[in-house]
Structure formats: structure tokens, C-alpha cells
Write a protein that binds this ligand. Structure first.
Ligand SMILES: CC(C)=CCC/C(C)=C/CC/C(C)=C/CC/C(C)=C/[C@@H]1[C@@H](COP(=O)(O)OP(=O)(O)O)[C@]1(C)CC/C=C(\C)CC/C=C(\C)CCC=C(C)C
Length: 402
């Protein structure tokens, strides 16, 4: 279950284009992994609805709360991972195909991109086994490219049509027909690990929302957006990172934790960037909650740090922290060598919330960031957390010993 809405508050009554190279890569002419065989629990793409049905479908979808809709995707991905062996194909076969397919350079390039754009994360992937590490890089690059479509230097040329093309390219990746070398790395990854296509489709859906939507009426709407652009990352990566053989938690709990970390990170991102987003005419904060707090759009566009604003922000931060807490439960259940980057992401991103508080909630003109010294302290802390036994095991043994 998602953390509850913010509690009532007492005062409430009152540069350059460094990644452009990712957009254009040479068409891939090397060997590609075979298309995915159908697997039990694999999500099938629904046939497109006839236009007449569109409104009815949209109304039906809107009637289901976002949390329920997302939960269904979580269950399907968890079932797929639980039904498949940890890797879809024997490791040796995957390895042989990677080398024979000339994919070394493709994965190396993915690693370089990660190193360039997410240094800390890249460093933290070094403890992972080589095949998991490479696969995580390939997923990272696909996510980064997808995000660049609407947030990058060419974003102003982006259209729904281009996103449709990106989505059919995604179908090709899953069908073993990669377009370029970076796609080829992802194609190999999804043929090797039990990763479902739905979270990838959903991330593209999040980018579509970004093209058309600049206000979120309620937390329910915002929840769905955060799932699309960030919760999906959790669902994409856990099948690669794997669950600890010692874990006694059920798969669903771990996937819920992964979803929670994505949601927490994205909510934190939104709280950090309120001023920056407002300057682009965007407000991601739930409009009904703003109204309940006695705040209007103008308060945000004017960037006024008032007591009402501070109180509103306190509530939003409380909610984000609740998602981080839920994520902690899942993080400790992952394979031990995969836990470090996850704990690092969790601890570093959560500290941004502390920095917003330290800035006295001025997220209009001050960008909250974690200073380098604090980052350096967080990394060994994350490493230490990653050494701890899964919490499901700790709880079990404390029960049996008492
Ligand atoms: C191990 C690990 C941390 C893996 C994640 C690697 C990965 C595939 C990341 C993709 C990130 C990406 C490029 C997403 C595109 C959409 C987007 C931009 C989302 C925002 C990320 C931060 O973006 P940005 O780099 O622009 O941030 P700054 O402005 O520079 O601060 C998001 C906020 C979301 C990122 C979401 C995650 C990292 C989800 C992490 C969840 C897991 C890895 C699951 C962990 C599992 C358990 C059981 C807890």
C-alpha cells in the first residue's frame, strides 16, 4: 500500500548538449539476440482500440485509482520474475551470444555513458557481477535517451508521433531487431533477464504526459506520472539485480519496494525543482492539496516562501520520506552485490529532502543539493547497509530466538 496522504498541518488553516550523441547512433548491423519466446505471465500488447472505444476506455481507466493500476503492473512483473529462472537463458549461452554478436563494444559504450552522466551510480555498479552491471547500464542508457526526448536539447521538436516511433523501436528491441548498438545492448539484456516490456512502454507514456500536461489535479494523478517516469525504473532493474537467495520476503514485496524508491526519487525531484518547473510554466504539485493549504498557482509563480508554503512543503516531504521507508524494506532483499547502488541512490536522494529543509523551504530560487563531502560520507554508509542481511531474515531470526 502506498504511504498515506500528508497529515493535516496545524498552520494549514492560515550547457552544452553532452548527451546529443545518444540521439543519433549508427544503425546496428551486428548479430542480434533471438526474439523473446513467450513466457508464462508475459504481458501481451493489447490490440489498439477502435477510435470509438477510446473515450469509453479512457473513462474506464480513469475510474480505477492509479495505485491499483500500477499495482497490477507490479504483480505481473513480479510473477514473470518468479516464474522464470533468474536468467532467461543459461549464463554461458548469453555470454557466448554477447561475444559472438559483437556486443562488447555496445555494452562498453553504455558503461561510458553511465560513467559520464551518473558517476556515483557508475561507481556503485562496480560491485555487481559483470553481466548484471552491463545489463543495468543498457537499461540506464535507454531510460536516459527516453528522458532526453522530452527534456533534452531537441525537446522542442518532439511530438507525439516521434514518441510513437520510439515505442515501435522499443517493440523491435524486444523482438530482437535492434536499430543501433545501444538498442542492441538492451535487446540482449531483455532476452537474458526476465524483464517485461510494460514498464518501458509506461515510461514512454510518462514522456507523452510531459508533452501535454502541465498541471496535476490530485495526488492520484501525480502518483501515476511518478510511476511512469521513475517507478518503472525500479520494475525494469530488479529482474536484473536479482533477489537474495537468503531472502524470505515474497517477490511482490520486493517489487513494491522498487516501485516505492522510484516514486520517492521522483517526488523528491519535483520538490527540489518547484521554482525551475514554474519558470517553464509547470506545476507538478497536486492542485487540490495546494488549494487545501490556502495556496494558489500565483503563490508558486511569484515564489513566495510563506508559513503556509513551509507547512505545505513539510507535508509533501513527509510523504516522500514514507516512500523512502517503504523502499528500504525492498532494498535489503536484493542480491547482496546489487544492493550498494540501490542504497546509494536511496541515501543520496533522500538527503535532498534534508537540504530543502535546510534552505528553509525556499525551493523557488535555491536548488537543494547534497554537498560533495556529504556524498562521500553516504557512499560507505550505503556500502555498510548493503552488507546487512535481508530484513526478512533478520526479522525471522529475531522471532525464532525470542
Ligand atoms: C541501481 C540503480 C540505482 C539503478 C537505476 C539505474 C537506472 C536504470 C536509472 C535510470 C534513470 C533515468 C535516466 C530515468 C529517466 C527518467 C528520469 C530522469 C527519472 C529521474 C531520475 C533522476 O534523474 P536525473 O538524473 O535527471 O536527476 P538529477 O536531476 O540529476 O538529480 C529520477 C528521479 C528517477 C530515478 C529512479 C530510480 C533511480 C529508481 C531506482 C529504483 C531502483 C533501482 C529499484 C531498487 C530496488 C529496491 C527493491 C528498492
Amino acid at each position: 500500500m502506498a504511504p498515506p496522504p500528508p497529515p493535516p498541518c496545524s498552520v494549514r488553516a492560515a550547457g552544452s548538449n553532452p548527451i546529443g550523441c545518444l540521439e543519433v547512433a549508427e544503425p546496428w548491423s551486428g548479430a542480434a539476440p533471438p526474439p523473446l519466446p513467450p513466457l508464462p505471465g508475459h504481458l501481451h500488447v493489447a490490440a489498439p482500440a477502435a477510435e470509438d472505444d477510446d473515450d469509453a476506455l479512457a473513462a474506464a481507466a480513469a475510474a480505477v485509482p492509479s495505485e491499483q493500476r500500477v499495482h497490477d503492473v507490479v504483480l505481473k512483473q513480479a510473477a514473470l520474475a518468479a516464474a522464470a529462472p533468474e536468467m532467461r537463458r543459461p549464463a554461458q549461452l548469453a555470454e557466448r551470444e554477447r561475444v559472438a554478436g559483437g556486443l562488447n563494444a555496445a555494452f562498453d559504450r553504455c558503461g561510458e555513458v553511465c560513467k559520464e552522466y551518473a558517476k556515483t551510480f557508475y561507481l556503485a555498479t562496480q560491485l555487481m557481477t559483470p553481466e548484471r552491471r552491463r545489463a543495468i547500464w543498457a537499461i540506464y542508457v535507454w531510460c536516459r535517451r527516453t528522458d532526453e526526448l522530452v527534456d533534452g536539447p531537441n525537446a522542442s521538436h518532439m511530438s507525439a508521433l516521434a514518441l510513437d516511433r520510439w515505442e515501435s523501436r522499443l517493440d523491435d528491441i524486444f523482438a530482437g531487431r535492434p536499430y543501433d548498438m545501444l538498442d542492441a545492448a538492451l535487446s540482449h539484456t531483455v532476452a537474458t533477464f526476465p524483464v517485461d516490456i510494460q514498464p518501458f512502454r509506461d515510461m514512454i507514456e510518462g514522456m507523452r504526459l510531459d508533452l501535454t500536461k502541465s498541471r496535476y489535479r490530485s495526488f492520484d494523478e501525480l502518483y501515476l506520472y511518478c510511476y511512469y517516469v521513475a517507478g518503472t525504473v525500479g520494475l525494469m532493474t530488479v529482474p536484473v539485480m536479482g533477489i537474495s537467495p537468503d531472502s524470505r520476503a515474497n517477490t511482490e514485496t520486493v517489487y513494491k519496494g522498487a516501485l516505492a524508491l522510484g516514486l520517492a526519487n521522483q517526488l523528491t525531484n519535483i520538490l527540489r525543482d518547484v521554482g525551475e518547473d514554474a519558470r517553464r510554466g509547470r506545476i507538478y504539485l497536486p492542485m487540490d492539496e495546494l488549494e487545501m493549504a490556502g495556496l494558489s498557482e500565483d503563490d508558486i509563480f511569484d515564489g513566495r516562501v510563506t508559513d503556509r508554503w513551509r507547512c505545505f512543503m513539510r507535508d509533501q516531504i513527509t510523504r516522500a520520506r514514507a516512500f523512502f521507508r517503504q523502499a528500504e524494506e525492498g532494498a535489503s532483499e536484493l542480491n547482496q552485490e546489487s544492493r550498494w547502488p540501490v542504497w546509494a541512490s536511496l541515501l543520496l536522494y533522500r538527503q535532498i529532502l534534508d537540504e530543502i529543509e535546510a534552505n528553509d523551504y525556499n525551493n523557488f530560487t535555491k536548488r537543494a543539493y547534497v554537498p560533495k563531502a556529504k556524498k562521500i560520507v553516504a557512499l560507505p554508509k550505503a556500502y555498510y547497509r548493503s552488507l546487512m542481511l535481508p530484513s526478512s531474515v533478520r526479522h525471522c531470526s529475531s522471532l525464532t530466538s525470542s
